[in-house]
Ligand binder design. Structure first.
Ligand code: N01
Length: 546
């Protein structure tokens, strides 16, 4: 089964095993095939899609533009897929990923409904053993864990969770087969992050009463949802590879379209107001200024959004509590919706700000706050994820000397260039910690990281198939770089967010996203490749460096 093209003598079932079939997983399977490797995929869901498979809650859609949050590696795929909306719904994105997987002819390579439970390094042979939920072991040379950064739901940490006798749903694992019927029911939803903000307006349409339990208010700006612009589509289709190249040159990995052209520092008060108003109307207020990352520009943007949020809510008390006064724009992942705030003007929707009236306990027929007992038929948890490191910790991953990833990262994630960890040679972790991941366009990142991973694998094949791992000093350098850029991002180190693990009790507080920009990240990766991986060390066997 091992491919003929490559000369490596190590015996394995496959050259490459890909775990997960979201954006990165599908592209990894295709790249492996293109480059002549034997490959097999595992997926715990019954279909492709990753995050777009599981998060099928009402209202789920991409809050950034789908034509941008899409693959660009294949001209025909770009030509043949029509988005029905600039910000496509969850089911449309899942259908898109199925379409791409079909076009890439990788569906038959994936074992669906098969969860990977352990990934163990075989030091003697320089291989990896993957054990799946059906107790089978698959041996490979290059495991790629394309399991996403937001695939391990946070377990509810509220007293009395198990006592509730009504219906319980999680936005992160919304039922697919049995239709959820909320019509005429008293629903409580906990959480007002991106998922809650999208689900609340939809649930409010049918629920008899909807109580929203909000711990922290979030910034909510308009989305650019709406019909596709034909001129833009033509532009993207004309030369997808050029679009991709240009996206990798930007800060966030987005197609370089209409972001702010003017700099905050060059404008007077009236000029700044004009730019903010234009940006709000054009629905790109977060990027109103070219230097939007500067603290003064960020403060102006934050205040502008707060004012705009207040304007949309009729009741002054509700408006005040829906506005994030405690952190700057971007400190937490901002939310986008054209309908969220107006939902609170409906008579059946009630905000419960937990800063004023915290939840005391969940009881069999509802939720008790410090002020009242709220009877409920349904509780929806939109409480987020054990992000970035959580999905890796859910798998028993063991590297050199049997050391687990959980132990290696006991004080927080450490790696080099966001994809490889010392002690886990030839194990690749796309969209993991210390990469631009969730602060960039994840689709652009999926293509970039998988390209870089396979360029690395090709290099290893050309150099006698050694094992590769980062040097300790490279990891230390990358940790410092990640921290250096986090310090420049307004609110990154002062806001309690899942970016730094603050949503999970006991999790080490480390800012886990590289925010030095996509361009710099891409250049750093390819400088390593061009220079023969000076930041890494090669291992011939066991754990000794060559
Ligand atoms: O999760 P979250 P999410 N008691 O962690 C609250 C992506 N995404 O699923 O802020 C009470 O953001 C918690 O409160 P607090 C996107 O990257 C993308 O909404 O910790 N409340 C918060 O309000 C996003 O960032 C799209 O104080 C509790 C909420 O639950 C990421 O997924 C759409 C609580 C969790 O918010 C995660 O979003 C949707 C408790 N014990 C999601 N525990 C796109 O459109 C938690 N909370 C692309």
């Amino acid at each position: 089964m091992v491919s003929k093209k490559h000369t490596c003598k190590k015996k394995a079932d496959y050259d490459v095993v890909v775990v997960g079939s979201g954006f990165a997983g599908i592209y990894a399977l295709w790249q492996a095939r293109q480059r002549g490797f034997s490959v097999h995929g595992f997926e715990r869901a019954s279909d492709v899609g990753g995050t777009w498979y599981w998060n099928a809650y009402p209202g789920a859609r991409c809050d950034v533009e789908s034509y941008n949050y899409a693959y660009f590696f294949d001209k025909e795929i770009v030509r043949d897929w029509d988005w029905s909306d600039a910000c496509a719904s969850q089911d449309e994105i899942q259908r898109y990923l199925r379409f791409v997987a079909g076009r890439c002819d990788v569906l038959a390579d994936i074992a669906f409904n098969t969860e990977v439970v352990s990934v163990i390094h075989d030091e003697e042979n320089g291989l990896w053993s993957i054990t799946t939920s059906d107790k089978k072991i698959t041996v490979c040379r290059y495991p790629i864990l394309a399991i996403g950064a937001l695939s391990e739901p946070k377990k509810p940490d509220i007293t009395g969770v198990e006592t509730f006798s009504g219906e319980v749903y999680f936005t992160s694992n919304w039922p697919k087969s049995n239709k959820v019927e909320l019509n005429g029911k008293r629903v409580g939803i906990i959480g007002t992050g991106s998922s809650g903000v999208q689900a609340i307006p939809e649930i409010a349409k049918t629920a008899e009463q909807l109580h929203v339990f909000q711990r922290t208010a979030n910034y909510v700006t308009p989305t650019r949802s709406g019909p596709m612009n034909p001129e833009l589509v033509a532009k993207l289709r004309a030369d997808p590879l050029a679009v991709r190249k240009a996206s990798r040159e930007t800060f966030g990995g987005h197609t370089p379209l209409d972001i702010g052209k003017e700099r905050f520092v060059d404008l007077d008060e009236a000029g700044r107001k004009r730019v903010l108003l234009e940006a709000w109307d054009g629905k790109y207020v977060p990027l109103a200024f070219r230097d939007a990352y500067l603290p003064e520009a960020n403060a102006a943007i934050s205040n502008y959004i707060r004012d705009k949020m207040v304007e949309q809510v009729d009741d002054a008390w509700t408006a005040h509590h829906l506005v994030p006064w405690d952190h700057p724009y971007g400190g937490k992942r901002p939310c986008m919706s054209n309908v969220y705030l107006q939902t609170y003007n409906l008579p059946n929707v009630h905000l419960v700000p937990l800063s004023q009236t915290p939840i005391k306990q969940i009881v069999s027929d509802g939720i008790k706050t410090s002020k009242e007992h709220i009877p409920l038929d349904v509780i929806v948890y939109a409480t987020g994820f054990d992000a970035i490191s959580g999905p890796l910790f859910a798998i028993n991953i063991k590297g050199i000397d049997g050391k687990s990833i959980t132990d290696a990262w006991i004080d927080g994630p450490t790696n080099y260039l966001g994809t490889m960890v010392k002690g886990f040679p030839n194990l690749f972790l796309p969209s993991s910690a210390m990469s631009p991941s969730v602060l960039s366009n994840m689709a652009t990142l999926a293509e970039q990281q998988i390209d870089f991973i396979f360029d690395t694998i090709d290099w290893l094949e050309d150099h006698g198939c050694p094992l590769l791992q980062p040097k300790a000093e490279s990891q230390e350098y990358w940790r410092k770089e990640t921290l250096r850029y986090a310090k420049l991002r307004p609110g990154a180190l002062t806001t309690k967010s899942w970016y730094s693990g603050a949503n999970i009790p006991g999790k080490p507080r480390i800012f886990m996203v590289y925010c030095g920009g996509f361009k710099r990240y891409n250049e750093t990766c390819y400088k390593e490749l061009a220079e023969g991986f000076p930041g890494y060390e090669l291992i011939s066997r066991g754990s000794g460096s060559l």
